[in-house]
Design a protein around this ligand. Structure first.
Ligand code: ACO
Ligand code: KIV
Length: 409
């Protein structure tokens, strides 16, 4: 499909409301993490799931990285209908041309260009002056503009870049035709206060700021990727780059499911919407675990097995009275289920509830007796299944019966 100027203008104009675009980079930054690479078939399966999830942009890969990645991007571009398909490219002609070719079949395509801007990267990685970096970015953007519907420019290591220089290179990027400006915290270094300051500064100082979308891309080296993404949104970012299960370079990227559910759960605070069908979060997370062979940690927010599980008696008692006592989201809203797990920390209320579900009718004395047996068992066994409970009840009844017979005789 031939790119038109109209396409990219439409996309930008619809961003001036309270809608945050979700840019999913599971298939690019996510797969860069050791142990998470995906072949073309795995990427296509994930891309279909991401489309159903409602992400706005799928970064399908880095076509210059390998022939299979080129093929994956091309197949995703040809197949998917709704999201914009993005491909990553360095500011080098071969990368840009290969991204353009891979995206040819896309209904809406984006070349995502990146170039380091921080002093450390300029000096040690690129060996370029500020002016050289600006010139390279401008000509790359002009070249990419002709090959895709829109161009995103990322200033790698933006959050360790001098704010004045960052504003200058972003201004040049706008003049050259970029419609999305991404300021990544490439090494997960900053705090929410600092990222707020940077986005506020950029929105005030970039020439043409009102015509473009500002984007955040945060890494989790200090465990602040999600908090920083939310701070950037509060400071006006209207695109956020994130990954399913938070996978990505080193400690990972901002977890999509966490960013989305924070915006959703605290909507009165953030006052923005996303297009995410939240009920697909859990199944998409599990699909990623399946295709990469990397399980989701139990305690992972939103999608971990423990995210809506309660074992402690005091919490279970609260949950049985009112689920809002210990759950701030409805599990069904993310495609998951609440579970009251019976274990060492459980109390009588949860035990009674489970036994009643198993159709036992209990008086207080029986409950007390069975509870004692139950606690003894939990000291030997991490969690107690329904079969264990049936066995406990059988044992209790047998003992009770034997004791009654002994009294009679
Ligand atoms: C912050 C990020 O996540 S950026 C994305 C990182 N992702 C990846 O690197 C995954 C895919 N990468 C690859 O498969 C390979 O690195 C390739 C195919 C892209 C390049 O491989 P090679 O040509 O052998 O180069 P290599 O990776 O060793 O070194 C990087 C080169 O790119 C240059 N470079 C780095 N970033 C950029 C940039 N944004 N624009 C232009 N050149 C760049 C480096 O200066 C270096 O150049 P040199 O070869 O002239 O010294
Ligand atoms: C390419 C850019 C956006 C990146 O991945 C980073 O800076 O972390």
């Amino acid at each position: 499909m031939k790119p038109t100027h109209q396409d990219s203008t439409d996309n930008v104009e619809s961003d001036v409301d309270g809608r945050v675009r979700i840019f999913d980079t599971t298939l690019r930054d996510g797969e860069q993490a050791p142990g998470f690479s995906m072949d073309r078939r795995a990427k296509l399966r994930m891309a279909h799931a991401l489309e159903a999830l409602g992400v706005d942009i799928i970064e399908a890969g880095f076509p210059q990285a390998s022939p299979d990645d080129f093929a994956a991007v091309a197949e995703i571009a040809r197949t998917l209908k709704t999201p914009t398909i993005a491909a990553l490219a360095r500011c080098q002609e071969a990368d840009i041309d290969s991204a353009g070719r891979a995206l040819e079949g896309a209904r809406h395509s984006r070349i995502h260009l990146f170039l380091s801007t921080s002093p450390l990267h300029r000096e040690h990685k690129l060996g370029k002056s500020k002016q050289q970096v600006i010139d390279i970015a401008a000509s790359a953007i002009q070249r990419a503009k002709a090959l895709a519907h829109e161009v995103e420019f990322s200033a790698e290591d933006a959050l360790r870049t001098e704010p004045e220089f960052l504003a200058e290179i972003f201004s040049v990027a706008v003049e050259a035709g970029a419609s999305v400006l991404n300021a990544p915290d490439t090494v997960g270094y900053v705090t929410p206060t600092e990222i707020t300051r940077m986005f506020t500064y950029l929105r005030e100082h970039v020439r043409g700021a009102d015509k473009v979308v500002f984007s955040a891309h945060c890494h989790d080296d200090l465990g602040m990727a999600v908090a920083n993404s939310l701070a950037a949104i509060a400071a006006g970012a209207r695109q956020v780059e994130c990954t399913i299960n938070g996978i990505g370079e080193r400690a990972g990227n901002a977890a999509l499911e966490e960013v989305v559910m924070a915006l959703h759960t605290r909507r009165p605070l953030f006052r923005v919407d996303t297009g995410i069908v939240t009920q697909h979060l859990y199944p998409t997370s599990r699909l990623l675990a399946e295709v990469t062979g990397q399980p989701v940690p139990r305690n992972k927010a939103i999608v971990g097995d423990n995210a809506f599980a309660h074992e402690s008696g005091i919490h279970q008692h609260g949950m049985l009275k009112h689920r809002g006592t210990y759950e701030i989201m409805r599990p069904q809203d993310v495609g998951a289920k609440t579970s009251l797990v019976l274990g060492k920390h459980s109390g009588r209320h949860a035990l009674r509830q489970r036994l009643e579900e198993l159709e036992y009718d209990l008086d207080e004395a029986t409950l007390d007796a069975v509870f004692e047996r139950f606690k003894n068992l939990t000291d030997k066994q991490r969690s107690i299944t329904n079969d264990d409970l049936v066995a406990l009840m059988d044992k209790h009844r047998n003992n009770h019966h034997t004791a009654a017979v002994a009294v009679e005789s």
